[in-house]
Design a protein. Structure first.
Length: 980
């Protein structure tokens, strides 16, 4: 440690970083005092240089103790205190001016000169401090002074006259503080010197053998120095340095025997020795690198000096010793302490006190920094959240990709199956997988999703086969290119085709193919009810319709009675009081629906419609249509309705209605066929829809008008088709209009006349009302289509005529029915469709229109099939329908009934697959009406037609949707698939 000048100390103020340094240890030998000289004691110790001293009498005492001791500084007996201060204490003492806490100890045995040395050091320090202050006017210094003593382990304020011991408090920042210790701000150096005098006076001093003025306490004088640059006083960035320097004059260790102490002195000596022992322990511990427990708290001395010993204070220890041989043991102990202290390190640092303004500003900056860090942390946290969310979404995307891949595979598999089934030709020769599949399971089992998918696949292929005839028209096209759109189109066709198996599934067994057949079948009645309710709004009550039951074989009573048909509404029940069993609404409303819809509504909405609409059709065509539709009118036995249609107003309204029916029928035929064709047209080849429509119309017309012209192989030629188109066009001959497009009065008159002659002019009474005969005649007008009426001279029909007309219709009805049945067989019409129609036909005149439509449809279809233009592979669907019926038979027939049925149908009860045998015999013999009726009865029961009267009208396409629709554009259009 070099000398410390005032200037250098000020310059160190900037060096605020704490650094480790050793305690500065020096030894001062005092000269032999008078008593020692009187005892002729010699000095055992000799300072050989400034840092080394030796024990001179080692050989004489034959001691093994060290002879030489080296310390930071060795002061001999003639060394003045000022030199001791300058070389051993000044730097440490003046550190306080640089803001570094410092402490200067005086340690040694009693009467060794501690007080003598420390008093001189303190005075020198005060002088130097004030001298420094005087030389550094640019800074403002504030010096405070406090003094205490530890006497018998009691802390006492030396600046206070109150001898009450002070308490020691532990402060987290400042360490141990002395409560209520007076801290006097010094005015100047003299003031300090006065206080030092007070302290000296206040200190406990006692006379001992060794020292007449022995200090009996540890004294700590504390000088606090605060300084700040005058230039920045009051400024926001001003700062101050503050530190304290402790001048510690320890009580001297002593031996009771040497000091001859007793009583108070002995007690004092004990406390002194105990506290010095603790101090020695602390030093020893600290000298060993602070390992283990440092017993600061074992005494108040070490507790107070904790910050100085091994803390952040710069420390100097001046060990004083007597060179007299009589004190050699104590001298060695002092040297041992000094040696330990020499090993202790401290961390001196500058204590900077920031002004309040500067502190506020500094705190504000710190706050801003922390806020910024917080924002960064928030941003980081947010980014972490975003990363987490992104990761989660990536996981979802990956999961969805996986699902898409699986679904794609399923779709490809389904498509592959559909293609395979298509390539098999559609014939139900190989029941696999359908047949085998269902053989393994009961219909009562619920379908799994995969099974449902299989059903859909097979049904899809079936639809594809139903529409595959269009592919025959795609000459020169790659079939692969047709597959996808073809299937899609087939699906559309399938979904809108009431004759497809899917219709049966959706309409009668629920829309979900996953549901079991049985469960769905049980819901059939409910579905019927729902559909029935929908159609009720367009029904007209027919109270006196005859029953259809006479056309059916008897069914088990239980079946007839089982379940209340939804058709039997309360209103209907009230009508059931008639002698004849009333035909259910589900059947009776059908003809009326066709009559009313859309024309009836149209008529109702346009009561005053002019016959001009009718005139759009050529008279020739009118004749034809009127002849057919006139059969509708008498079916309405309701008198009011009959009067409405047969009354004087019939000529225009009825003509319009009938013509509208025909027009809508044809238009819907065209539209429906166009729907089937549209998808293909888009992908196959450009082709006018009208051209295709013409072809359809051609076929329909050819069926009813002239024998087909076919090639050798039975197919039609292109010319035939072209001609048919022309024929159909002339069927609806363009209107004859005036130059401006309006009809002439003559045209109108002629049209009215044509219609009037078609239906024989009504004969009315003078008041215009119809006679009973008129009404009777009108009711039988439908029969005029089949043979000219025979009238009496006055134009009225005879009873025989009426009887004959009824007989003629009955004959014609039977003929048409047989023809239809054979066509069904030829066209592979679904059995449920046949059954319903057969139940519907009962010989009423109202059947005529349906039979006409059905005949036209079947004829067209048959001719189309036979022409080779199309290839409808409906037999496969038919077989599958039979398979469905087979499954349904499990529920609908008891074991006993089934056995009876098998026997009736000639199926051995010992044979296998009896249900299969039976269902594949149904509707097989188109020429055997008994067989047909039996088949219809069985199918009706299996499907859920409770009896013939309860056949659902939906079968005729009148209610495919539960959604309310415009009747005019709905009923006929959706009935058309049956006609194609
Ligand atoms: N270096 C010295 N030169 C001349 N006289 C000295 C020196 N050191 C001490 N003395 C004298 O020795 C006597 C004892 O000194 P001092 O009281 O300072 O001892 P001490 O260590 O403080 O004793 P105690 O522990 O009992 O208080 C005093 O009379 C003092 O004047």
């Amino acid at each position: 440690m070099g000398s410390i000048s005032g200037d250098s100390a000020a310059g160190e103020c900037d060096d605020s970083n704490a650094h480790e340094e050793k305690i500065f240890v020096s030894v001062r030998l005092r000269p032999l005092n008078e008593k020692e000289l009187l005892r002729n004691e010699i000095s055992d110790w000799e300072c050989i240089n400034t840092t080394t001293m030796i024990f001179k009498n080692s050989l004489q005492e034959r001691t093994m103790l060290p002879t030489a001791y080296a310390f930071d500084r060795i002061f001999g007996c003639d060394c003045p205190t000022k030199q001791v201060y300058d070389e051993a204490a000044k730097k440490v003492a003046l550190s306080v001016l640089s803001g570094i806490n410092s402490s200067i100890f005086a340690y040694g045995q009693t009467s060794s000169g501690k007080t003598y040395t420390m008093s001189g050091v303190t005075e020198c320090a005060v002088d130097d401090i004030y001298d420094y202050i005087d030389k550094h006017r640019e800074r403002e210094f504030v010096l405070k002074f406090s003094a205490m003593e530890i006497y018998n382990e009691s802390v006492r304020d030396l600046l206070s006259t109150d001898s009450t011991p002070l308490r020691l408090l532990d402060d987290p920042e400042r360490g141990t503080i002395i409560e209520k210790l007076a801290e006097v701000t010094l005015r100047d150096s003299d003031h300090l010197r006065e206080l030092l005098t007070v302290c000296e006076a206040q200190r406990q001093i006692g006379e001992t053998t060794l020292n007449e003025m022995s200090s009996r306490s540890h004294q700590i004088l504390r000088l606090i120095v605060e300084s700040s640059a005058r230039e920045y006083l009051g400024a926001a960035n001003s700062s101050a340095l503050t530190a304290s320097v402790n001048f510690i004059d320890l009580a001297g260790s002593e031996c009771a025997s040497q000091t001859s102490s007793a009583g108070t002195r002995l007690k004092e000596g004990c406390h002194i020795n105990r506290s010095l022992l603790t101090l020695g322990t602390v030093i020893r511990k600290l000298s060993k690198g602070r390992n283990g427990h440092v017993p600061y708290r074992d005494s108040k001395l070490t507790r107070i000096l904790q910050n100085c010993l091994g803390g952040n204070a710069r420390t100097a220890v001046i060990c004083t010793m007597s060179p007299a041989h009589s004190h050699v043991e104590k001298s060695r102990n002092t040297l041992l302490f000094a040696s330990c202290a020499k090993q202790v390190s401290t961390n001196a640092r500058v204590n900077v006190v920031v002004s309040e303004k500067a502190l506020v500003k500094q705190l504000q900056k710190e706050l801003a920094r922390l806020e910024n860090e917080l924002r960064n942390l928030s941003s980081l946290a947010a980014s972490c959240d975003s990363a987490s969310a992104l990761k989660e979404k990536e996981y979802l995307i990956e999961k969805m990709d996986k699902e898409i891949r699986e679904l794609t595979q399923q779709r490809d598999l389904a498509r592959s199956r559909a293609e395979d089934l298509l390539h098999t030709g559609g014939e139900y020769q190989n029941p696999k997988p359908w047949g085998d599949y269902h053989e393994k399971r009961s219909w009562t089992d619920e379908y799994s999703a995969s099974e449902a998918s299989e059903i859909i696949d097979i049904t899809r292929s079936d639809v594809a086969s139903r529409t595959s005839h269009f592919s025959d028209r795609c000459e020169g096209l790659n079939s692969n290119k047709l597959e996808e759109p073809f299937l899609e189109n087939s699906e559309m066709q399938f979904l809108s085709d009431d004759t497809s198996p899917r219709l049966y599934i959706d309409k009668y067994f629920g829309p979900d193919p996953c549901k079991g057949w049985e469960k769905i079948a049980q819901e059939t009645d409910k579905n019927f009810e729902d559909n029935f309710k929908e159609v009720q709004c367009i029904e007209i009550d027919f109270a006196n319709r005859s029953t259809i039951a006479d056309t059916l074989p008897p069914t088990p009573k239980g079946d007839q009675d089982s379940g209340q048909s939804p058709c039997s509404s309360d209103e209907e029940t009230s009508d059931a009081g008639s002698a004849n069993v009333p035909r259910s609404k589900s059947c009776t409303d059908l003809p009326m629906t066709m009559q009313k819809s859309p024309s009836s509504e149209f008529t109702e909405e346009n009561e005053s419609i002019s016959p001009y609409e009718f005139e759009k059709v050529s008279p020739e065509r009118q004749d034809d249509n009127q002849g057919k539709l006139s059969k509708i009118e008498p079916t309405a036995n309701d008198e009011d309705l009959s009067r409405k249609y047969l009354g004087s107003s019939i000529t225009t309204d009825l003509m319009n209605e009938k013509e509208e029916n025909i027009k809508i029928l044809v238009e819907d035929c065209i539209a429906n066929q166009q729907t089937c064709e549209t998808g293909l047209d888009e992908v196959i080849k450009p082709k006018s829809q009208m051209q295709f429509v013409d072809n359809l119309d051609l076929e329909a017309e050819k069926t009813s008008k002239e024998p087909e012209k076919t090639t050798d192989d039975g197919s039609k030629t292109g010319q035939d088709i072209q001609k048919s188109t022309s024929d159909w066009s002339t069927e609806f001959e363009p209107e004859k209009t005036t130059d401006d497009g309006s009809k002439t009065d003559q045209d109108i008159q002629k049209s009215s006349s044509d219609w009037s002659t078609e239906f024989e002019p009504e004969k009315t009474t003078d008041d215009g009302s119809k006679t009973d005969q008129d009404i009777q005649k009108s009711s039988s007008d439908w029969s005029t289509e089949f043979e000219p009426e025979k009238t009496t001279d006055d134009g009225s029909k005879t009873d025989q005529d009426i009887q004959k007309s009824a007989s003629d219709w009955s004959t014609e009805f039977e003929r048409q029915k047989r023809e239809i049945i054979e066509l069904w067989d030829a066209c592979c019409t679904p059995l449920v469709h046949r059954t319903y129609f057969l139940l519907l036909f009962k010989g009423d005149p109202s059947d005529a229109v349906y039979m006409e439509v059905e005949l036209r449809r079947l004829s067209f279809l048959k001719n189309t099939l036979s022409s080779g233009q199309v290839s409808v592979k409906s037999s496969r669907a038919l077989n599958r329908e039979r398979e469905m019926l087979i499954k349904q038979m499990i529920k609908k027939y008891s074991k006993k009934d089934k056995e009876a049925l098998f026997q009736k149908w000639g199926i051995s009860l010992k044979s296998k697959n009896r249900r299969h045998q039976l269902c594949h015999r149904l509707w097989k013999d188109a020429k055997n009406m008994d067989h047909i009726n039996e088949s219809a009865a069985i199918v009706a029961k299996l499907v859920g037609f409770k009896d013939g009267n309860h056949a659902p009208k939906e079968m005729f396409g009148l209610s495919f949707s539960l959604k309310p629709m415009n009747l005019k554009s709905y009923s006929w259009r959706h009935s058309l698939p049956l006609m194609i």
